[in-house]
Design a binder for this molecule. Structure first.
Ligand code: ZN
Length: 109
């Protein structure tokens, strides 16, 4: 279950109940869809990433600025609207960095 609380100045805060609404990697829970819709509306469905050469400008995804894998939250301050090509490009870049072989150690005599 997701709890949406309206704080002062109209800033929304999301509070997730642990476990019961755990997000799937695909982000397909009802809770996630609610957050995603809010973020898209907040950013007026405009892609906030703007990757050169791929950006369509029309956002359909909510992107975690700091990825969940490294402790990023689902708070609105960590989310921004993104078009699918930008979101995919960003995820690809992230995966590439994670799986990039480490530089080989130079053996010294
Ligand atoms: Zn884009």
């Amino acid at each position: 279950m997701i709890l949406v609380t309206r704080a002062r100045r109209g800033v929304l805060a999301f509070t997730m109940e642990p476990m019961s609404s755990a997000l799937t990697p695909a982000g397909s829970t009802a809770a996630w869809r609610t957050i995603r819709a809010y973020i898209l509306g907040r950013d007026r469905w405009l892609c906030q990433i703007g990757t050169e050469g791929v950006c369509t400008g029309v956002a359909t995804c909510a992107d975690h600025i700091v990825p969940r894998e490294v402790g990023g939250t689902d708070l609105e301050t960590n989310l921004r609207a993104a078009c699918e090509p930008c979101n995919l490009a960003r995820n690809r870049e992230r995966l590439k960095l994670e799986h990039e072989p480490r530089p080989r150690r130079v053996s010294r005599w």
